[in-house]
Write a protein that binds this ligand. Structure first.
Ligand code: 26Y
Length: 819
């Protein structure tokens, strides 16, 4: 059977040790005696990279022979996390590597901690792309990921007086053995310039050019020899770039603001769900899209010859949100201007090739670019967008709603200004829908809202276009690698060989449900959770200098800071718990620790205020002896993938408390439940499906539903009414507003208080009491350990659906036509 045969597994610890020593000496130039954990990390990474590159080559040969369709996943973000440990696990040589290191006198766990965690993404969307690459490879699907090799990843977060500080994340400075440059595959792309007509054809001229240098990262899968490529582009100045514009005296006013080539791949925009609308961001999008499309066309031609007739059969391109949507006019441009294919045929090729995933319904997160900006940076693309729009409106919309100009205006890819003097805007989501054959949401509820609220007219025009693919997470990183004790317990209980391996078929976990009531199994499961909590408590001590007891309930909310995710609801409730304890210090309640991790977009004022407030409350609560350690609050700085790997296995309670209708899916919710945490959550995103899988008794659902939210908004809602009718809520808001928590800046929390009392768009106050009641139920359950562990085990055992392998299989079947 295949899982036993794959190549890397044949390496034993002695061979590994030899290879490590060879790289120490020959690649790093250090003697064994001089080497510390950092050098060992690099040497072992080079060994694994060697293996990876060898397998990439073999994968490429195999794919060339099989001539199957390939999927190209285009994403501005790949939040891959640390790679060494995960690759060792996937390749099946973790234990050999551990032994090899031990024989060399070093501890592998220490070595792994020396890897800088690449933060090439903001949050959920970027992490999903990384889980998908893992699954594509594990499932042996021919795939490339295309993105940007940012020099600076997401900023590093610190706290000063409880406020967020940001510093640059120069993650490659240390050394990054994963990527290898491929100068042979570099691309040259154009920007700016103008379009003229030559012999009846469009010519894009007077352009500036930049180079894209590909940087390949091997992506391993579990139990397979397949290794795919994550190809990240780095921008470079094309030689002559500056000189030629100087010579021609083209450095006049309108061009003086232009960017330097190297700037393009310099920094990841730190906004999650809120576009900055900057020219450089548009250039980033076009840069990586143009490099990727040129690269995949060149590959197609190498393998299939110059005729593009069979292109759509061999190529599937998935757009990770609208960020790479400029790929639609880019492929059109190449097909029409360079391959002489007529417009209608080019459009039908595009539609067969592209599919678009929507990750958000937040109106402010939907990308729109000023038409003038696109005209300036990509003049030919703007023309093509107009051609697509004209065809769409006057042929397709006209056929569906003859003579309905209002409908044409509503569905136009170009949004007309509401006020005179306003700008025309290009709606990137509409461009993506019109240019694709399938559009998917990321959880059942979200996808139904995409149909009913976001794109109802498109759904009427093209009833089969809008579909659902529920998100998933890779069980390799999110159990096997981050929670090895749990992984072994599962192996011991249900077997791990071949078919039985839950790492490859997560639905196998269902067999664990038979043990949910078993006292012996419960004991083992609880012991593992406790070990994880002990280890995590040491991390908290080191990072926050706060002592937390592993016997307390660890209640965790980790995700980007956003008002719709409602960290403020969690905060208000903690403040109330503290007050309850002050009123009655002998209250018979279990110890609780509330744990936060979250970065706020640097320009998002209210989000930053929430961080500041949580930190100030934490400081007060943690230093108050009157409450006898019954309550602790910690906010871990610089939340990132490698911290998530330590937090999630140690969590008892998972906070998934977004306003219903706003969290498209969530993926942290899946990771927590998989690792045996109980969810307190709203009926939002994938929480709905998690509740279906675990059963209503095994999850703490509270709060308004999507329908109730709509109804309340329709009726009209005054937050002051809730504030005045709930004494506890009123007291904590007054406390926040009083300045008591931040005497040197008494108005510090005003923006938060104003957001709550002046509109409360995310209905935090409305859901407060239900949330508090849900927490009371959590405490009741905690007081009955057999019930608690039964519930926790049921959660773990019922997460089979949420493997990213299932998600990718769904994509392959319903969207990529590959399975
Ligand atoms: C336009 C730009 C500013 C922008 C940048 C990043 C817009 C959105 C984003 C990121 C969105 C995102 O991460 N969305 C999340 O995607 C996850 C994966 O599908 C979902 O689980 C999660 O609910 C959703 O918020």
């Amino acid at each position: 059977n295949k899982t036993e045969q794959y190549a890397a597994k044949k390496l034993d610890s002695e061979q590994l040790a030899e290879n490590i020593k060879r790289h120490l000496q020959q690649s790093l130039g250090v003697d064994q005696e001089e080497a510390g954990p950092a050098e060992y990390w690099e040497a072992l990474s080079l060994v694994v990279r060697e293996l990876g590159l060898d397998l990439i080559r073999k994968t490429r040969h195999k794919e060339r022979d099989e001539k199957a369709r390939r999927v190209y996943y285009l994403s501005l973000e790949f939040l891959v996390g640390r790679l060494l440990g995960n690759n060792l696990h996937n390749l099946g040589i973790y234990h050999q590597a551990e032994e090899a290191m031990a024989n060399l006198g070093v501890n592998l766990t220490d070595v792994l901690e020396h890897e800088t965690d690449p933060a090439l993404g903001n949050g959920g969307l970027g992490r999903l792309a990384a889980c998908f690459m893992d699954s594509l490879t594990t499932l042996d699907l021919p795939a490339f990921g295309y993105g940007i090799n940012y020099r600076f990843g997401l900023f590093k977060q610190g706290f000063a007086g409880g406020k967020q500080t940001e510093s640059p994340d120069a993650w490659r400075e240390e050394s990054c053995p994963w990527g290898i440059e491929r100068p042979k595959r570099k691309q040259r792309i154009k920007l700016y310039g103008r379009v003229t007509e030559r012999a009846g054809k469009a010519a894009w001229e007077d352009t500036q050019e930049i180079l894209g240098m590909p940087w390949d990262v091997p992506v391993t899968g579990y139990g397979t020899d397949t290794v795919n490529t994550l190809r990240l582009w780095e921008s470079r100045a094309a030689e002559g770039f500056d000189l030629s514009s100087f010579d021609e005296g083209r450095y006049h006013e309108s061009r003086s603001g232009e960017i330097q080539a190297e700037n393009v791949s310099q920094v990841l925009y730190p906004n999650d769900n809120h576009p900055a609308g900057k020219e450089l961001r548009l250039i980033q999008q076009y840069f990586f899209v143009a490099c990727s499309i040129a690269d995949l066309i060149a590959r197609y031609k190498r393998e299939n010859g110059d005729n593009l007739d069979g292109f759509a059969e061999k190529v599937a391109i998935q757009l990770n949100d609208t960020h790479p949507a400029i790929a639609v006019p880019e492929l059109m441009r190449i097909l029409m201007d360079e391959e002489d294919i007529v417009f209608t045929k080019a459009l039908s090729i595009c539609r067969e090739v592209f599919a678009y995933t929507n990750h958000t319904l937040l109106p402010e997160a939907l990308e729109k670019w000023p038409q003038n900006l696109i005209t300036k940076v990509l003049p030919r693309h703007m023309q093509i967008i107009h051609m697509i729009n004209y065809h769409f409106l006057h042929t397709e919309v006209e056929a569906q709603w003859p003579g309905d100009n209002n409908m044409k205006r509503r569905l136009s890819i170009i949004e007309e200004p509401e006020r005179p003097g306003g700008q025309q805007m290009v709606r990137m989501a509409y461009l993506s829908v019109v240019g694709s054959h399938k559009v998917n949401g990321v959880a059942a509820l979200h996808s139904s809202l995409v149909k009913s609220s976001l794109f109802p007219e498109f759904n009427e025009m093209w009833p089969d276009k809008l579909v659902n693919v529920t998100n998933g997470v890779t069980p390799r990183r999110w159990v096997d690698y981050c929670n090895p004790e749990l992984a072994s317990l599962i192996d011991e209980t249900i077997g791990k060989d071949g078919e039985a391996d839950w790492r490859k078929d997560l639905t196998r976990l269902d067999a664990i449900n038979a043990y949910a009531d078993d006292p012996a199994f419960q004991k083992k499961f609880a012991a593992i959770k406790r070990n994880n909590k002990v280890r995590f408590a040491a991390v908290v001590k080191e990072l926050c200098n706060v002592e937390i007891s592993p016997d307390a309930i660890f209640d965790v909310q980790i995700k980007r800071l956003h008002e719709y995710k409602r960290q403020q609801l969690n905060l208000l409730h903690i403040m109330a718990l503290y007050r309850r304890l002050l009123e009655n210090p002998d209250l018979d309640v279990p110890q609780r620790v509330f744990i936060f991790g979250a970065k706020a977009a640097p320009g998002y004022k209210v989000a930053k205020t929430i961080i500041h407030a949580i930190n100030r409350v934490a400081e007060r609560v943690n230093n108050d002896r009157r409450i006898k350690d019954k309550l602790k609050v910690v906010f871990l700085p610089n939340y990132r993938v490698s911290l998530a790997e330590k937090i999630i296995p140690a969590a008892d309670v998972s906070e998934q408390i977004s306003t219903a209708g706003f969290e498209a899916s969530g993926t942290g919710n899946m990771k927590f439940a998989l690792n045996g945490a109980l969810t307190v959550g709203t009926l939002d995103g994938a929480n709905v499906e998690i509740a279906e899988e675990v059963g209503d008794d095994n999850i703490f659902i509270f709060g308004l539903t999507v329908e109730e939210v709509a109804e309340l908004r329709h009726r009209g809602y005054n937050p002051e009414d809730v504030y005045n009718s709930n004494a506890e809520l009123k007291a904590v808001i007054d406390w926040l507003a009083s300045g008591d928590l931040c005497p040197e800046e008494p108005d510090a929390f005003r923006p938060l208080v104003d957001s709550l009392l002046g509109g409360d768009y995310f209905l935090t106050l409305v859901d407060y009491q239900a949330y508090s009641d849900a927490h009371d139920k959590i405490v009741e359950t905690w007081k009955k350990p057999e019930l608690w562990w039964k519930t926790a085990i049921t959660n773990s055992a019922s997460m089979g659906k949420f493997s990213s392998d299932r998600s990718i299989t769904d994509y392959a079947k319903t969207i990529w036509n590959m399975a």
